[in-house]
Design a protein around this ligand. Structure first.
Ligand SMILES: Cc1cc2nc3c(=O)[nH]c(=O)nc-3n(C[C@H](O)[C@H](O)[C@H](O)COP(=O)(O)O)c2cc1C
Length: 203
């Protein structure tokens, strides 16, 4: 199993990375091949809206720090994206990456036939840390869940921790690390996801 792990927090070894690493350690034990990307250490731009990926190219026209990562997503069985909530949303680093994933959509994606250039069946693991309680920001999961479903990912597994206010707070939350390990065991077993994220109908 090949896993591409994308870290969207600018804080190294903070709450999201620690939860993500608990997931990855369980997968590594089972022999998974893991490649890790810290977005804050890459030099890249957001999508330029040039539409080259919908007209003359099969990929993003920009050549920068995200180019090898976008290639790695093609080769992955599982993509893990880990982000804290920043002002009700993913971090700007993660949003920059997600916008560049527009290049994975086919020119006719809105006709709902072959929507994605990615091979079908990839799984997405969404690791989220937030200062607020877990009952808030479901809308964020719904929005990004819809985007990744459109890109052909399924199922989507959630590892989510609320009330994580300082970068070391995760140390006092062993149940969240166990949740991450439990989700890893589900992914390794090829079990269906228990996480249901209603997908928006875009029409
Ligand atoms: C710029 C900024 C904005 C934030 N906005 C929110 C927010 O809107 N809602 C929330 O619950 N937490 C918010 N937080 C708190 C982080 O989500 C929380 O501390 C998280 O655990 C940090 O994860 P990390 O250690 O992986 O960076 C914000 C933190 C920062 C630095």
């Amino acid at each position: 199993m090949k896993i591409t792990a994308i870290f969207g927090s600018p804080v190294c070894k903070g709450n999201t990375e620690t939860m993500a690493e608990a997931f990855l350690a369980e997968c590594a034990k089972a022999g998974a091949e893991i490649n890790r990307w810290r977005l804050n250490e890459l030099d890249y731009k957001g999508c330029s809206g040039c539409m080259a990926c919908k007209t003359r190219l099969e990929e993003c026209a920009l050549r920068d720090g995200l180019t090898p990562l976008l290639k790695a997503v093609h080769g992955a069985d599982v993509v893990l994206i880990a982000t804290p909530v920043y002002f009700f949303d993913v971090t700007s680093q993660m949003k920059g990456f997600i916008d560049r994933c527009y290049s994975f959509l086919t020119p006719d994606w809105y006709k709902k036939k072959k929507m994605s250039r990615l091979a079908p069946g990839k799984e997405l693991v969404f690791v989220v840390a937030q200062g607020g309680a877990e009952r808030v920001f479901h809308d964020m999961l719904q929005r990004y869940g819809a985007i990744f479903a459109t890109l052909g990912f399924k199922p989507l597994h959630l590892v989510r921790g609320g009330r994580l206010r300082g970068p070391a707070d995760i140390a006092a939350r062993p149940e969240l690390l166990e949740l991450a390990r439990e989700k890893a065991r589900l992914v390794l077993a090829g079990a269906p996801s228990a996480d249901t994220i209603p997908v928006y109908d875009l029409d």
